[in-house]
Design a protein around this ligand. Sequence first.
Ligand code: ADP
Ligand code: MG
Length: 293
Amino acid sequence: ATPTALLVGTGRGAQLGILIKGPQILESTRRVDTVVLDKTGTVTTGEMTVASVHVAPNESADEVLHLAGSLEHASEHPIARAIADHAAQTRPLSGVESFENHGGRGVSGVVDGRAVLAGRLAWLRDEWSPTPPSSLRHDAQAAESEGRTPIWVAWDGAVRAVVVVSDTVKDGSRAAVSELRELGLRPVLLTGDNRGAAEAVAQEVGIDEVIAEVMPADKVQVIERLQSEGRVVAMVGDGVNDAAALAQADLGLAMGTGTDVAIEASDLTLVRGDLRAAPDAIRLARATLRTIK
Ligand code: ADP
Ligand code: MG
């Protein structure tokens, strides 16, 4: 191999907005046949907004937003930021005591003297086994089927509301997926979010293999399983919860707009956070290696 050709490859990468940790990475890129894409912040913008608030009989939406928003203010999750920002527009937020972040499930803490939980229904049930009003279940299901994420809010032992948050698919995501296919790669969507939201996003961008409702710590096992099936896996992600999977993948690609841990765990960084740089990177690696051989 001529080192000059490899350096040309990495220089061209910089022009395309792709930072390559070292020229040796080009070799592992050549064998990749599967590209696992994280959903939130990778395929979607991750800039969530509150779409609607649904309350149980006798609850006030204002109260729900205030308690949930105050609690979520202590979290940095995109869902949390959406709910806290939305709530702060109507009323100043209260402080939180005994805040706990339950990764991939939700958050808990004490706000205005009330023990508040916000997160997935399955987790709320494990914690308190409350039964949600059927009207809320219906609202949550409708939200999921539209590709949105319902966040369940409970306090003092009862389920009170569903706050629906929505995310937007990035402009280049659909084009990126079709380019990956043209390169002969199999795209897979991987997320901790509900199956409905995952399927809706997958359909919008043209992915048919979806792995949803995966706990943060289990994302790495999904990569290992694909590898044990003989697949050579590239993973594209942005979050703290993607870092182990990015490191385990044969090729890790981080969104430059993502977290430092994700970038550190990866071989390549897509500087502008545009998913179209993923097929660019793979094409570049193949072209560079062709030059050398
Ligand atoms: P992703 O894989 O899409 O980045 P996460 O693993 O971070 O998602 O979260 C999975 C699910 O856990 C979310 O869709 C949400 O239902 C719940 N969750 C996580 N963090 C929070 C939070 N701060 N508030 C409420 N729900 C949360
Ligand atoms: Mg993410």
